[in-house]
Design a protein around this ligand. Structure first.
Ligand code: SF4
Length: 80
């Protein structure tokens, strides 16, 4: 799983909810309006999934959601 970033708290990405945001790497599109273009080639070392998962488990009952954003979240393997 190629996770390139973790914003541990967002007050914007999930309206009216406390959430965190996971930034996945790589995308095969090149949309000119992309806000995360630095992630499209996913050159950085990915975060350790076990550590991200541990963080998420520590926030059960505190955060209302997780925003999954690109790069291409569909390349992560999270969706089968
Ligand atoms: S991450 Fe989203 S906005 Fe950016 S290039 Fe890929 S599909 Fe387009």
């Amino acid at each position: 799983m190629n996770i390139q970033g973790l914003q541990k708290l967002t007050l914007l990405d999930f309206p009216d909810r406390l959430a965190c945001t996971i930034f996945t790497g790589f995308c095969n599109f090149r949309c000119p309006y992309c806000h995360n273009s630095s992630l499209l080639v996913a050159e950085g070392d990915p975060l350790n999934w076990a550590e991200v998962k541990s963080f998420l488990q520590s926030r059960v009952g505190k955060l209302a959601g997780v925003c999954l954003t690109g790069g291409g979240a569909h390349f992560t393997g999270l969706f089968g």
